[in-house]
Design a protein around this ligand. Structure first.
Ligand code: NAG
Ligand code: NAG
Ligand code: NAG
Ligand code: NAG
Ligand code: NAG
Ligand code: NAG
Ligand code: NAG
Ligand code: NAG
Ligand code: ZN
Length: 706
């Protein structure tokens, strides 16, 4: 899947555009930041072994393997075994852990537009077959469809709903645009696509078409004179974004097993609270233009609707419609199955039994390729396993256990990781220190991270140890140039979600393009090995640098005497989120007593300073027992932030400091219980969550206090 980083919201001022499904922010590079030249930090002998073991040549071989066979969720056991075999031959204890999950496979679909004069437009619904790009013509290539979409048909006039957020619907209702019984046409971008469908369904609409818009493409468009892929870096006009329409912000994982692992024979719940009842179909921008053009002159123009992200870059007015008498006919047929999925799990046992670092990436893709999403990350973790193999063969053992995971079924709804966390939660609660996620490990030359605050310092320090691609500069300086030093807040959209909401701190990382880099065809057949090796990362050097980064980050977390967490930074972030909360209270003109939250943050802040001092003392006097005590506080404190009952109407999401926004899916909301109650105008609920959040922070503070 992917993620829209919270950066989309938090650093809106920096954005040129938020890619496609809001993969992550396409930052404007920072012209005002002085070019930095931080020297590379020195490496230990073990770190040198790791860095030198990583080769762009083998990474490109792994990439080629993963991008030349179908690997939708639950459809390629061979690939799962091949992954475990690579790890095993490098010294990791590896096995396959499977779950039995509910899925829907695409059978067939149709879509047409009948104009009021009776003439018909029939979109192709297919992506172009390109001679240069071998996997675009594979006979078993995957059709364009939405995961977990409903079977059904609809025949009605249609309305353009912008990006399909609740606030877009509020505007449509204000403008008296009829919604009941109509079909929606929505632009990708902004909220997670499943929420567009959910909102349409809740407004009485009967089907949804979602199209890609070139407004997500920065400067790199055919309109600006760039050739389209495969000749050039612009978007191929036929590219379609597949993807899940599960209601991600309610809960991820198998829709029929909320809160428990999907083992064969387990009880099954009704999935309808988290998957749509109305059909939906994704289309390309080329296919979308005639639909949108039909609405020109009807309803309210996009300029008058006047909402963020409503008007795109196509040559139409983005009018609401409906156009009387012009109708869409759509059918969508899906086959419901219960089917195994396969996680590959590798383990290096550390010398400390009860401290564990987990590293993960998903393996399943919507297409034969998947060179960026997710198999850039997969190639990187296979190379990481190989690099650790060099250390193991020297007789090295880490202090902490390292678990390596290749998740299946991420794309339909974070299935493999969520079910695994639900199965191993007692052990994870006892031992997990951090979860390190890599999904789109490389889709351009610029690195970014999102992380829980205890990891900010180690994550940026380790960047100073990585020489970035062939630039002669270190990763830290490149990252600073791209992001201005911003670290995103984790929302959802990738496999860290189940970990984080059980109180296991996480980081997510990757690379992307800026507004001047080639367009990344997210969830399209053009996310292929050919695209990657000609446009996305020719030479596989971003892959190589990211493999070095992830290997070194894991090494530093797993093998230093003291766990490298920065809790004073966590306290500072709690403070910053608190300031944001005060602004939300202001902007919603409500009265809310937040003094208990205020004093809980102060308590946490005191504890953070104390535990940091204790760690320094333990290291200075070389007291292993004291260090173990500190390390266990670091390991455990974040469990305090999770609340048993979870957030209102979404029990899965338990972290009270950040969660995916209920109407964003990808982007994070901070102090979500309080903030969303305020936004909904429910003051008593907000007050209840001030107390719950304060209590949670006090529990965490008590864990770290000395
Ligand atoms: C599984 O993936 C491998 C590697 O890409 C490929 O060779 C194989 O054909 C795929 N299997 C199926 C059943 O598609
Ligand atoms: C889809 O398949 C079903 C069953 O094979 C068939 O009845 C239906 O006509 C097909 N619909 C389309 C749009 O191809
Ligand atoms: C659009 O909305 C903004 C506030 O959201 C307002 O300041 C501006 O005047 C509006 N423009 C038009 C053309 O209505
Ligand atoms: C945009 O559409 C209008 C009306 O359909 C047409 O006259 C004009 O030539 C188009 N402009 C471009 C740049 O295609
Ligand atoms: C793998 O398991 C074996 C047997 O349980 C054990 O001896 C070995 O140390 C393990 N290897 C690693 C890398 O943890
Ligand atoms: C490795 O660790 C796992 C989990 O703690 C444990 O079950 C297993 O026995 C360990 N293996 C060895 C060889 O220490
Ligand atoms: C690996 O990188 C080198 C430059 O450092 C480059 O010459 C080579 O072509 C790259 N290999 C692959 C397979 O892209
Ligand atoms: C506020 O939230 C509570 C708890 O979910 C709910 O029972 C109550 O009806 C809500 N009140 C309003 C005014 O929406
Ligand atoms: Zn992904």
């Amino acid at each position: 899947m992917c993620y829209c980083s919270s950066q989309c919201l938090a650093f809106a001022a920096l954005l040129i555009t938020c890619a496609n499904a809001c993969l992550h922010t396409r930052f404007a590079r920072q012209p005002l930041v002085e070019r930095q030249d931080t020297p590379l930090s020195a490496l230990t002998p073990e770190e040198t072994t790791l860095v030198e073991a990583i080769s762009n040549t083998t990474i490109s071989e792994w990439s080629y393997y993963y991008t030349h066979g179908a690997h939708l969720a639950g459809q390629n056991l061979t690939m799962a075994e091949w992954t475990a075999d690579r790890w095993r031959e490098n010294g990791w204890n590896s096995s396959i852990v499977s779950y039995d999950v509910f899925l829907k496979n695409p059978v067939n679909k149709s879509l047409s537009l009948t104009y009021s004069d009776g003439s018909i437009y029939q979109p192709s619904l297919e992506e172009a077959v390109l001679e240069q790009d071998d996997t675009t013509s594979y006979p078993n290539r995957i059709p364009t469809f939405h995961g977990y979409s409903a079977s059904g048909s609809a025949d009605a006039e249609f309305v353009y709903i912008g990006r399909g957020q609740q606030s877009d619907f509020a505007r449509l209702i204000e403008l008296d645009v009829p919604l009941e019984g109509k079909i929606a046409i929505s632009k990708y971008g902004g909220p997670f696509r499943g929420l567009k469908v959910k909102n349409a369904q809740e407004n009485g609409m009967i089907g949804v078409i979602i199209f890609t818009d070139t407004s997500d493409d920065g400067d790199i468009t055919e309109a600006n004179g760039y050739a389209a892929y495969p000749e050039g870096p612009a978007r191929n006009p036929s590219a379609v974004q597949r993807g899940s329409v599960q209601f991600l912000s309610t809960f991820p994982g198998d829709p029929t097993t909320p809160g428990y692992p999907s083992k064969e024979g387990c009880p099954r719940a009704d999935p309808s609270p988290v998957i749509p009842r109305i059909p939906s179909i994704p289309i390309s921008y080329a296919d979308a233009i005639p639909f949108l053009a039909t609405l020109d002159g009807y309803g309210t123009t996009g300029a008058e609707v006047n909402r963020t992200g409503w008007v795109g870059a196509l040559n139409v007015s983005y009018s609401t419609g409906p156009a009387p008498g012009s109708t869409i006919s759509m059918t969508n047929l899906m086959e419901e199955v219960y089917t195994p999925i396969w996680n590959s799990i590798g383990i290096i046992n550390g010398t400390i039994a009860d401290e564990t670092i987990v590293i993960g990436n998903h393996r399943d893709a919507w297409i034969i390729g998947g060179a960026a999403d997710p198999n850039s990350g997969t190639a990187i973790i296979v190379e990481l396993a190989k690099a650790y193999g060099s250390l193991l063969s020297q007789g090295w053992r880490p202090k902490r256990n390292i678990v390596l995971a290749s998740w299946d079924g991420e794309e339909p709804g974070l299935l493999g990781s969520t079910e695994w966390v639900e199965e191993y939660i007692p052990w994870l609660t006892e031992t997990a220190v951090s979860y390190l996620n890599i999904d789109i490990g490389a889709s351009g030359p610029w690195p970014y991270i999102e992380a829980s605050p205890e990891l900010h310092t180690i994550a940026t320090d380790v960047m100073k140890k990585v020489s970035w691609m062939d630039t002669g500069r270190n990763m830290y300086d490149i990252w600073l140039e791209y992001t201005g030093g911003s670290i995103g807040v984790l929302g959802s959209g990738s496999d860290y979600t189940a970990f984080l909401h059980r109180g296991i701190g996480s980081i997510d990382m990757g690379t992307g393009g800026d507004a001047a880099d080639p367009i990344y065809h997210y969830h399209s057949n053009f996310d292929s090995y050919h695209w990657m090796s000609t446009f996305g990362d020719p030479g596989f050097l971003a892959h190589k640098s990211m493999a070095q980064y992830l290997s070194l980050l894991a090494y530093n977390l797993a093998d230093q005497d003291g766990i490298q967490f920065d809790l004073p930074n966590y306290a500072r972030q709690l403070e910053a989120y608190y300031e944001d909360l005060l602004s939300t209270i202001d902007s919603t003109s409500q009265n809310l007593d937040t003094s208990s939250l205020r004093s809980a943050i102060d308590e946490f802040s005191i504890g953070a300073t104390e535990v940091q001092a204790l760690e320094k003392q333990a290291v200075a006097i070389d007291d292993p027992e004291l260090l173990t005590l500190v390390n266990h506080k670091y390991r455990d404190f974040q469990r305090g932030f999770v609340s048993q009952g979870g957030l209102p109407n979404r029990e899965f999401y338990r972290h009270l400091i950040f969660a995916p926004g209920i109407d964003t899916g990808y982007a994070a909301t901070t102090y979500p219980g309080i903030t969303e109650a305020l936004e909904a105008g429910n003051n008593s609920l907000a007050a209840e969550f001030v107390q719950k959040t304060a209590d949670a922070i006090l529990i965490a503070a008590n864990i770290i206090k000395t």
